[in-house]
Ligand binder design. Structure first.
Ligand code: F6R
Length: 357
């Protein structure tokens, strides 16, 4: 039930802090240790390389998962678009573990890969919001994202939930690999949940940004580097699928290799700046487009913010910034769609679960 909310999407955006806290509870035992079955632990630790397979928003969560796995746990990880992997399989390592990320657990492109993976005898784990779904039943192991039913076609809370579960896996793998880890995912997720709540309370500001930047435009660009690059790809997908504004998310350094030709007077360019090591690079990229007339909007994080940035998110662990920085992007997309008179929860041409290839 969407209760007093005008749309499921807005309700589901708002639920995100609770979902993250729920995941913390579900993945912690009474001794505050991470709760994972021995089988799943053995599968993770026994693999020499993880292959994350997903589509759309879940693929974007996978991109962040790879970063966490490699940076926190030193575990080599690849992320693949399911429909690509299906017909153009890369070389595999000796002991791969396949991780399917799917909100619905029904995505046909993922299922196709899973069938092949099983036939080849490789182990598989599904991270899904729907235990009992096809991908969950057919994989060797399942982890639940506990986000509750996601009704809006545009995925929001499933995305942040997927990244939270991947953070827990990264922490557990780091412990297994190094004995201990500086990445306390459980603690850092609770900080991130609080930060998400702050952004959920800033709806009026996000509505104003949507009005100022996206009311009269046909296209918009998003830029970021590192973790921020992954989240801007998700921000662009959200905007285009519900508002029909053509939007793309780019690595900050890539615009000038072609796409900058599209920048005109007033073209919105939304930059996400949360990673200290690339802050100045992204700000430099923004200057390049501003010099060509772009209308810049900056979503930054405390610690690498400037006074005139449009949105400043509270400081969180650098691996978890996408969980927080995506919230303003989701809200801006929601209000842009609303202002354009679009059917927010049921965008044209889209289905909630894509059960055909
Ligand atoms: C975007 C969106 C889609 C899904 C994609 C995968 O908002 O909802 O891109 O993320 O179709 O779906 P699942 O996660 O169910 O496999």
């Amino acid at each position: 039930e969407k209760g007093t909310y005008a749309h499921y999407m807005l309700k589901e955006i708002d639920e995100q802090p609770f979902v993250i806290r729920n995941i913390i509870q579900k993945y912690q035992d009474d001794d505050n240790e991470i709760k994972l079955s021995d089988d799943i632990r053995a599968a993770l630790n026994g693999a020499d390389r993880l292959y994350i397979i997903a589509a759309g928003t879940s693929y974007h969560a996978g991109l962040v998962g790879k970063e966490m796995m490699e940076k926190a746990a030193g575990k080599p990880t690849e992320v693949h678009i399911a429909s690509e992997f299906l017909y153009n399989q890369p070389l595999l390592s000796r002991n791969p573990l396949f991780i399917f990320i799917s909100q619905s657990g029904e995505t046909a492109d993922c299922r196709g890969v899973l069938v092949n993976v099983k036939e080849a005898g490789h182990p598989s784990l599904t991270i899904t919001n729907v235990p009992g779904s096809t991908l969950s039943r057919e994989a060797d192991y399942t982890l639940h994202t506990y986000a509750g039913p996601e009704i809006a076609v545009a995925s929001t809370k499933a995305y942040t939930a997927q990244m939270a579960v991947l953070a827990v896996l990264a922490m557990d793998s780091a412990r297994a690999a190094f004995g201990d880890t500086e990445f306390d995912a459980i603690y850092e997720l609770s900080i991130a949940a609080n930060a998400m709540e702050v952004l959920c309370d800033a709806k009026d500001d996000m509505e104003q940004i949507a009005r100022d930047y996206l009311f009269e435009t046909r296209n918009a660009f998003f830029i970021g580097r590192s973790f921020d690059y992954h989240v801007v790809q998700e921000g662009a997908l959200k905007l285009k699928e519900i508002s029909y504004i053509q939007a793309e998310g780019f690595a900050g350094g890539e615009l000038k290799h072609g796409t900058i030709a599209l920048i005109e007077d007033g073209t919105p360019v939304i930059a996400v700046v949360t990673q200290e090591n690339v802050e100045l690079n992204t700000r430099g990229n923004l200057q390049e487009v501003v010099a060509r007339g772009a209308h810049p909007c900056v979503v930054s994080m405390e610690g690498c913010h400037r006074e005139d940035d449009q949105v400043v998110i509270p400081s969180v662990h650098p691996y978890l910034t996408p969980l927080v920085s995506v919230v303003p992007l989701q809200l801006i997309s929601y209000y842009a769609a609303l202002h354009h008179g679009c059917d927010v929860d049921k965008p044209r041409n889209l289905a909630k679960s894509v059960t055909v290839e």
